[in-house]
Each structure stands twice: as C-alpha cells, then as structure tokens.
Design a protein around this ligand. Structure first.
Ligand code: ADP
Ligand code: MG
Length: 714
C-alpha cells in the first residue's frame, strides 16, 4: 500500500524553469500571459466580428503578432466549429504546420491530434475530433480530390499568402470557386452535378463530373457557407483584395524595436565561411542574445553546424558557451520543436535556419540576425522543360523580413553579408513561384478536380502560356492526359492520387508492370529526401571511399537501394537481438561511419512506408526483380525517358529532350563512366550544369519503351 499514489495535487518539475513555483501551473499561466500580451489579443472581438460579416477577409500583420497561433483559437471560441465543422489553416511549409500545431495544442491544453492537429504530406496527426487543423497548402489541394467542396471546413485560412507558393496560388483559385459553389448550393440545394468551369461559374451537366458522388454525400451533410481568410505578412494586400472582388483588408499592428543593419565593406567570396566568422565575432564582441542565421538548405545547415562545433573546441573552456539549434523542412517532426527551447543558462543560442524562419515561424529570444542574402529557389525553363533549384539573391522584402526578426523583443542587430550597394540591386519582391516552376504537378491535380480548361483557370497571376503548354505536353507524354487533354483512366487518375511528382508516380505504376516495384518504392523514397550521402568538404575523399561500399556500377539508383536495404537489414537484425543497444542508436552510429545522413535516411523510411500504403491501396503489384537489375533499369528508362542523355565525343552529355549540354555531378557513382546513354533525375545549375542521380541505360530501350517520343525523333 505504501507505493500507492495518493489522491490530491502533484507537484511537477521540469527542467526548463529554474523558479520554484510548481512549474506545471506556472507553464500554463505563462502561456496564458503570453497569449494576452500578443498584439493580436487586443483586437480579438473586432476580428471575429469582421469574419462574421465578410465572406473573404484579408488580414495583414507583422510577423510574430499572433496571427497563425491565435486567430484559429478566436474563431473556435466564437462558435465557428459548430456541427462538427473544422477550421483549416494552410502553410507553405511543413515545419510551420507542425510546430504551430504543437504550440496551439499546448496553448489549448489538449493532446496533439485531438482538437488541434496537423496534416502534411506523409504525416497525418488528426482525428475525427480535430477542429483546428494546420496543414500545408499542397495538402489541402489534395484533400479537394476527395472532398471537392471542402465540406468539412467552415473556415479556411490561407496563411503566409505573401509567399505565393505555386500551391497557395492554385489553392486561392480553387477556394474562390468552392466558395461560390457552396453559396450557390445554399441558395438552391436541389441542383446536382455542378460542373466546374474554369471561370468559376457553374454549368449544369449530368454525371460527367467526377465530383458528383461526393456532392451527393455533401448534400446529406448539408453544405454551409465557407469563410475565407487570407493572411499575409506583406503590407501590400491589394493583389489579394482585387482578386476577391474588393475584399476587405484589415491590419494588425505588431511590436517592432529598432534593428541596426550592418553590411560588409567588401563582397564576400564564400558566404558560409563569412557566416561562421560573423557568428564568432558576435559571440566575442556583443552582449548576450540569440543569433538567427539564414541558410539555404539542410546541407549548408549541417555543414555550418559542424564547423561551429569544431571551432568551439579551439576556444578556451569559458568561451564555449554557445549551443546550436537547427530548423529546416526535412527535420523529423519530433526534433522540430527543439529550436523553441531556451539554451542552458549562460549559453548563447545559435539557430541555423532556412527561410522558414523568415515569416512562418517566430522563435523567441533573437537579438542578432545573420543574413547571407541568398535563398534556394525553383527555376524553370519552359522551352527546355528543365526545372532546377538554384541559389539566388533574396528580394528587398525578404531582407527586410529577415532583419525584422532581430527586433521582436528589444533592439537588435542584423548583419548582411554583402555590401550596401548590392542591396540596392535586389528585386523589390520575390517573383511568384507559379512563374518559375514546372506546372505538371498542379495541372494534373486541377484536371483530376475536373478543371478542364487550364488556360482559362482563374489564377491570381497567370503562369506563362509556354509553361502551361510544356507541362500539358509532358503529361500527355507520360500518359496522364489523352491527346484531347482529358485525364486518362486509370493511369492519369492513379498518378493524381499519389502525392508525388507525376514522373515519380508514373515510375511506380510502371514498376508494378516491370515487376520491380519493391526497388522503385525505395528509389522514389530515397530520391524524395535531400542528400543521403554526407560529403563534408574537409573529408571528401574519406566520404567517397565509404560510398564505394554501396556503389553499383549501374548507377546511383541501385546504389541508393543498396544503402536503404543494408540499413533495414541492420535494423531488423538488431531488433531480434534483445537487450542490446537500441536499434536506432546503432543505425545512427552506422550512418556516421559510412558518411550517410541518418536524418535523411529516416525520412526516406517514413516516406517509403507512406507511399507503400498508397500503392497497396491502389492495388499495384509489389514484387522485387531480385538480381535482375536489367528489369529495373528498363523501368527507369520507361519512366524517365524525358531525362535521357547521350554521351558526346568530349565526354559531356547532351540531354535528349532539352538539348542541354550537361556534366555528371562529381557526387554520382557514375562520375567517371564511359556509358553512352544514361537517365538522370535531377538537374542542378551552379556555375556548371550538372545532372545527378544517374543510371546507365541502353539507348535502344528508349525507342522500344517510349516510341511515342523517340520514334518521332532523329
Ligand atoms: P504570426 O503568425 O503573426 O507571425 P505567431 O502566431 O506565429 O505569429 O506567433 C505568435 C507568438 O507565439 C510569437 O511571439 C512566437 O514567438 C510565439 N510562438 C509561436 N510558436 C511558439 C513555440 N512553439 N514556442 C514558443 N513560442 C512560440
Ligand atoms: Mg504566422
């Protein structure tokens, strides 16, 4: 009986607080206090009134004022979730959806996935009781495939609309139409079978609409009006207001302290080196306060983090009081919240972030910002049909947002790693993504939603005719659309269902026929994550030697599959040996020894299990080609024929579809290959034009497996 837990109060301890109040209560109180202190708290009533009055409301507010975390709670509290309806909030970035949902669940004192949840590609933490649902903009577009009128939502909030991701832009068009249909429906709820028309009007048509079945269901559920809220950190709300027929815009003021902006005197040759120098300069010369550093991606972040740790070792003990934190999109979601935890007492926190920290996520405690002035962005050449990720200068608007992060809680400093005259040359704002990306993914989705006339679709800003045309052509070549631009059944429909780029979806569908879906699932999962192989600059040789253990002479795809399978075998073996070290820990050690990025590998494992479920549901046949890798390579050729390249006399390659002259990236296992014909998955443009993730194929396969394309060619 002694060990029985007595009834009554329990005092809790947590290691975050060193005050001696029972911290369970103080945490709750603190959160309440924090919520009340946010600039948005004072306008709660007014905002709720506006939402009740307006069909579309635009809310513009400075970053950190509380828009994302508070407004959904305000709306929930004032009854917008009656009748089991939910509030959906879209974010351009997965990390924002996850961290904000976690924060709001905590503020509401509920378990994540219950009243408050999130849903991102490959990860759904919601339940039937979820009423406040954070998700990526791309995910809501996908939901529309199953629930075309988004009938479970009473309010949809498109957050971070100023980012103008391609998904946000398409979503705005879709929401505009859904809102129309829903209000029309309420006026006349006897009509069945709305045919979506590209201009937003509704054309009655019998049974040709894929949405009819669902609409009937909705009728059972009774469609209610849809409220739309567009939130943006950019002060210029005009474009959104005009698009929604003069919708009302309101402003929420934030709190901003002055930020001193510094520029370098000279241009910097290597912004990563300059970043590290600046971090240590701040650490030694400036008063306490955390540092936020903007980098372009996981690879840069991990390399800078490593160099900071090495440099710290060289400092005397008392100066090593610095701790690094990272945040980027492929960070596993249970690690993403770490960035919000304060550094241990007496330590300076250095946050290495992608531009996720620009407006999407506000981390408290920042006093210094380091801005190298670059960002990774998509770029698309509609003539050649080549999309690539390139590192480009930020816009002025981005530079301003970044420096603003230093002035949230007090005066701050921002160090821009370029001379002031360079700032003057920056574009005012970033070009919307829809104007610089391959559109086949969104076009396939629009088609699956029943939008037939893509050229006539009511985009907030129209993509160029050339890039729509190129993407339509690509979808026809992949067999997703018929020559009359109709979605093909089953291939097009299946491709639209998979949450992947159309070519990857096609590869999976083909792989089932080529009897190598087991291999293709792994390949697609591994290609969906950033950098499996870790190649630190200072240990390049060692890393490349390690890679040789996995290398396949046939190319990178089989090499990636070798890595994946070896890691799974290791895990399985360890799981069967009870009492030994934790399998995950062993795997991390193994990754380290083999220069493999364990985070990326884990991410790939998650993606693998998700896509596997999808293809199983679709009834695709999963089998392995075993040692018959020829079968797998033929399948790669059949799927990625648009990315085939032929060797030229000088050793470079010419991509057949784009006519682009490219080089094999040094990281490829085929770097020194003499193969005549290859396929590749990635085009990287730096000072050189590189291709990555390459496999050797036989040129004759192209005419055999993609005759519709290559028989016509020379
Ligand atoms: P906005 O959307 O207007 O930019 P948010 O609602 O995202 O603002 O954030 C409001 C406040 O909540 C910010 O001050 C931020 O620091 C704080 N906050 C948000 N997420 C967290 C978190 N996970 N932990 C601690 N504070 C957070
Ligand atoms: Mg926000």
């Amino acid at each position: 009986a002694e060990s029985q837990v007595p009834n009554g109060s329990i005092s809790f301890k947590n290691n975050r607080n060193n005050n001696n109040k029972p911290s369970f209560f103080s945490r709750k109180e603190k959160i309440l206090e924090h919520r009340k202190s946010l600039p948005i708290a004072s306008v709660e009533r007014r905002l709720v009134e506006e939402v009740k009055k307006q069909d579309v409301l635009i809310i513009v507010g400075e970053t950190g004022s509380g828009k994302t975390t508070q407004i959904p709670q305000f709306l929930f509290d004032s009854g917008f979730c009656r009748d089991g309806k939910a509030i959906g909030i879209t974010q351009p970035r997965r990390v924002a959806a996850v961290t904000v949902a976690k924060r709001v669940a905590e503020e509401c004192g509920v378990e994540l996935g219950q009243k408050v949840g999130y849903s991102i590609r490959f990860e759904d933490v919601t339940s039937s009781s979820t009423r406040i649902k954070y998700m990526t903009d791309g995910l809501l577009l996908r939901e529309a495939l199953l629930d075309p009128y988004l009938s479970r939502y009473s309010v949809v909030i498109v957050d971070e609309a100023h980012e103008r991701t391609v998904h946000t832009d398409v979503l705005l068009g879709l929401l505009k139409e859904v809102q129309n249909v829903r209000s029309k429906y309420i006026k006349d709820h006897t009509s069945v079978g709305h045919k979506r028309a590209s201009n937003g009007t509704i054309v009655e048509k019998e049974n040709t609409n894929p949405c009819i079945g669902v609409l009937k269901q909705c009728q059972g559920r009774k469609l209610s009006p849809l409220k739309l809220i567009i939130m943006s950190a950019s002060l210029d709300a005009r474009i959104f207001s005009e698009y929604f027929g003069g919708a009302k815009a309101v402003r929420v003021l934030g709190r901003q302290f002055p930020v001193d902006v510094f520029y370098t005197v000279e241009p910097q040759t290597d912004y990563l080196d300059s970043t590290i120098v600046t971090i240590f300069q701040i650490h030694s010369a400036e008063v306490s306060g955390d540092i936020l550093v903007f980098l372009t991606g996981q690879e840069e972040i991990e390399s800078v983090e490593k160099q900071i740790h090495e440099n710290l070792q060289l400092l005397p003990e008392e100066k090593r009081n610095m701790k690094t934190f990272t945040i980027f999109s492929s960070l596993p979601s249970e690690q993403q919240m770490r960035v919000f935890a304060p550094a241990p007492a007496g330590f300076r926190k250095v946050i290495l972030a992608t531009n996720i920290a620009e407006t999407s996520v506000t981390i408290p405690g920042i006093k210094y910002v380091i801005d190298p002035g670059v960002v990774k962005a998509r770029s698309y050449d509609p003539v050649k049909g080549m999309e690539s990720l390139i590192i480009v200068p930020t816009s002025k608007a981005q530079a301003t947002q970044r420096s603003g992060r230093a002035g949230r809680e007090g005066p701050g400093k921002c160090f821009r790693l370029y001379p002031e005259r360079e700032y003057e040359k920056l574009e005012d704002s970033t070009k919307p993504e829809i104007k610089r990306c391959n559109l086949s993914n969104v076009i396939l989705q629009l088609k699956a939603l029943g939008v037939d006339d893509i050229f006539g679709f009511d985009f907030i800003e129209k993509p160029s005719r050339a890039s729509i045309k190129k993407s339509l052509e690509e979808l026809i070549l992949l067999g997703a659309l018929s020559d009359e631009l109709k979605l093909s059944d089953p291939v097009g429909r299946q491709m639209a269902r998979l949450p992947l780029d159309p070519v990857y979806s096609k590869a999976l569908i083909l792989a089932s026929q080529f009897k190598c879906l087991d291999e293709m699932l792994i390949a697609v999962a591994m290609l969906s994550v950033e950098s499996i192989f870790y190649e630190p600059r200072e240990k390049l040789d060692e890393a490349r030697t390690a890679k040789k253990c996995f290398a396949s002479s046939e190319g990178d795809h089989l090499t990636l599959i070798n890595v994946y399978r070896t890691s799974i075998e290791l895990l399985e073996k360890r799981k069967s040996e009870v009492g030994k070290e934790k399998p995950e820990k062993i795997l991390r050690k193994w990754c380290k020894e083999n220069f493999i990025n364990s985070r990326s590998l884990r991410h790939a494992r998650d993606i693998h299990s998700q896509i596997r479920q999808h293809v199983e549901q679709m009834g695709l046949f999963i089998s392995s080609c075993g040692d018959d890798t020829l079968q797998f390579r033929r399948c790669l050729a059949a799927a990625f024929f648009l990315n085939a390249a032929l060797k030229q006399p000088d050793g470079t390659y010419r991509a057949l579809a784009s006519r682009e002259v490219v080089q094999i990236h040094p990281s490829s296992v085929l770097f020194r290959t003499k193969a005549d014909c290859i396929i590749f998955n990635e085009f990287v443009k730096t000072t050189n034009k590189y291709i990555r993730n390459i496999t050797i194929i036989d040129g004759f396969w192209l005419t055999e497996l993609a005759p519709h394309y290559y028989a016509k060619q020379d």
